[in-house]
Write a protein of this length. Structure first.
Lengths: 370, 217
């Protein structure tokens, strides 16, 4: 019972419910008896805890109410669909203002600067430059007209035809017989051009698709047979590793390339051809392959697309075989004499060899009548 | 063109673009700051309107975070409410000034709470962070944990008290009812008897509470 009375006093003291005299008395009591003082402190702490507890509990209650209320109003929701936006959308929403401002600043600055540049740039030079341009244009036009006239005068290509493929050919007989690849002669007719740019009309004598070889004959009065061919065409085999070179027309100008025999058989083990390591381009087809003595040992025909620098050449033996077969069937070809062993190039250096040989290597343009 | 003029023309677009923006920003910041202080005050006084506003403005972000990180709707609600309670505890302190936005504070606390809960129950998730700002809240978390522990001590003490003690004490200390009112509703003949009963109950509650409190200490 005294405990209860004491508790009551402490509580009234702590809540300031005591009368002044009572309070003074109690404070004196507190001073005199440490137990009571301790009880007061303890109770004070407890009441604080109670207060905190009360606040906490009430807030929990309010929060629940708030939650229910907002849920009902639809300000928040808890239905099955997760209504969160994707990262990108969140990003967009967060930075759209910044982006818009940045973009407009950038736009404005760019505009201002370009206006300033346009305004400040000295504008005197412009007309001068343009005049110069005009002059160049005029010169160009004149050139074009001249070029046209020149080509009208000189071109042996019949009009209204279309060149569909080009390649390389070389003389095997100074009477005007040339060898090239069958695949070069895709069209109905052909002309040949020598390294000086002279064009001659050529007649297709024979196309051997299986060997991929063809014979052309220059059929043009402007062609003057030169002396005997400087090179010979070699029947024998080529040795592995032997140094080889070729001349051809991958562009309108004669091009030299050098390599070596890398395999004695050609694509897929074809023994009629051989493999050469050399860089070649479309247009090299039909070009002669020379050894270091200036003897023709093959005709460049194809390259492997899957590997760099691997090309195939038909062995020169194939020319002899084809001509032998032709001679049997066509008496007009009896006259063809392939130079077998009178190469005059042996022992002279490469540059001199080429100088002598290049006149006998021709650009072939095959065309189709339209 | 004289260089002075040139400079003026060059700087004009920047002035035009930036200045109004900066002014607006400052004005809005001041306004939103005072708004936030009002909200905090409201929260400290358990003002329903303030609580609703805080709830409405911040719940969705926290909910999205919890849901995206392996949580349920109920868990999202619990986490958010706990964060509000942490903010409430801070706002009770007179000297407290919030150094960041309410939104940032609530999100940071919620995020910490949820990540901790995830690791406690061993439900890990590849953490998806939104693009919300966060602030370090470790210290606040510790204070909050302590408060939480005290709260559950008191809660346990209350719950093991038994009736009618629990109801009487709740009526007096939590609902702040008058002693005569309590006497009437509980059927005591006079308020002194009710008071006696209340003190008996209080002594038991104190005993129960301090038993845990001292162990806890």
């Amino acid at each position: 019972m005294e405990d209860i009375l004491l508790l009551d006093s402490i509580e009234r003291y702590l809540t300031n419910a005591m009368l002044p005299e009572e309070k003074a008395y109690f404070e004196q009591l507190r001073k005199d008896t440490p137990e009571i003082d301790q009880m007061v402190v303890e109770h004070k702490l407890f009441l604080q805890q109670m207060d905190a507890y009360t606040g906490h509990r009430n807030l929990k209650h309010f929060l629940h109410e708030s939650h229910a209320r907002l849920l009902e109003k639809g300000d928040i929701n808890e239905d099955g669909v997760v209504r969160t936006k994707g990262k990108l959308v969140q990003f967009y929403h967060k930075y759209k203002k910044v982006t818009a401002i940045a973009a407009s600043i950038a736009g404005f600055t760019a505009l201002t600067i370009s206006v300033l540049v346009a305004y400040l740039t000295p504008s005197v030079n412009k007309s001068q430059i343009q005049q110069l341009n005009g002059a160049i244009d005029q010169i160009k036009k004149v050139q074009q007209i001249q070029n046209k006239k020149i080509s009208e005068l000189n071109s042996s290509i019949p009009k209204d035809v279309k060149v569909i493929s080009s390649g390389t050919a070389f003389l095997i007989d100074n009477k005007g017989y040339l060898v090239t690849n069958a695949h070069v002669l895709k069209g109905s007719g052909a002309i040949v051009v020598n390294n000086k740019g002279q064009e001659f009309i050529a007649k297709i004598v024979n196309i051997d698709q299986t060997r991929d070889l063809a014979i052309l004959k220059i059929d043009d009065n402007t062609y003057k047979p030169s002396g005997s061919l400087p090179y010979s065409i070699k029947k024998g085999n080529i040795e592995l590793g032997e140094e080889l070179y070729t001349l051809g027309y991958p562009k309108d100008e004669i091009v030299y390339n050098m390599g070596y025999l890398s395999a004695e058989s050609g694509f897929d083990g074809d023994t009629a051809s051989c493999q050469i390591s050399l860089s070649a381009n479309p247009g090299n087809s039909g070009g002669p392959v020379f050894n270091k003595n200036g003897e023709i040992v093959g005709i460049l025909s194809t390259r492997q697309t899957s590997a760099e620098g691997v090309v195939f050449a038909i062995k020169a033996k194939g020319i002899y075989k084809m001509i032998d077969e032709l001679k049997k069937s066509d008496s007009t070809l009896q006259k063809i004499k392939v130079p077998a062993n009178n190469s005059s190039l042996k022992g002279i250096d490469r540059v001199k060899q080429i100088q002598q040989v290049e006149d006998y290597v021709f650009l072939v343009k095959a065309y189709n009548q339209q | 063109m004289p260089p002075k003029n040139f400079l003026k023309i060059f700087l004009l677009p920047f002035w035009v673009t930036f200045t109004p923006h900066l002014i607006l920003k400052v004005v809005f910041k001041v306004r939103s700051d005072s708004n936030e202080q009002l909200l905090l005050k409201g929260l400290a006084n358990n003002d329903a309107k303030a609580i609703d506003t805080i709830y409405k403005d911040n719940f969705n972000v926290v909910q999205a975070f919890v849901l995206n990180n392996n949580g349920s709707y109920d868990e999202a609600r619990d986490v958010f409410q706990e964060a509000v309670i942490a903010l409430y505890e801070k706002s009770k302190d007179e000297s407290f000034v919030l150094t960041c936005q309410i939104r940032t504070y609530l999100f940071s606390i919620s995020r910490r709470l949820w990540l901790r809960r995830l690791s406690q129950i061993g439900r890990h998730s590849a953490q998806i962070d939104g693009l919300e700002d966060t602030i370090p809240v470790e210290e606040d978390m510790e204070i909050h944990e302590k408060r939480n522990a005290e709260f559950s001590m008191m809660d346990r003490a209350f719950n093991s008290l038994g009736e009618p003690c629990k109801s009487i004490l709740e009526s007096y200390y939590i609902q702040k009812k008058d002693m005569t009112e309590i006497a009437q509703s509980f059927g005591y003949t006079n308020s002194d008897n009710a008071k006696n009963q209340k003190y008996k109950c209080l002594m038991r509650l104190k005993k129960l509470f301090f038993a845990q409190y001292n162990i806890g200490e």
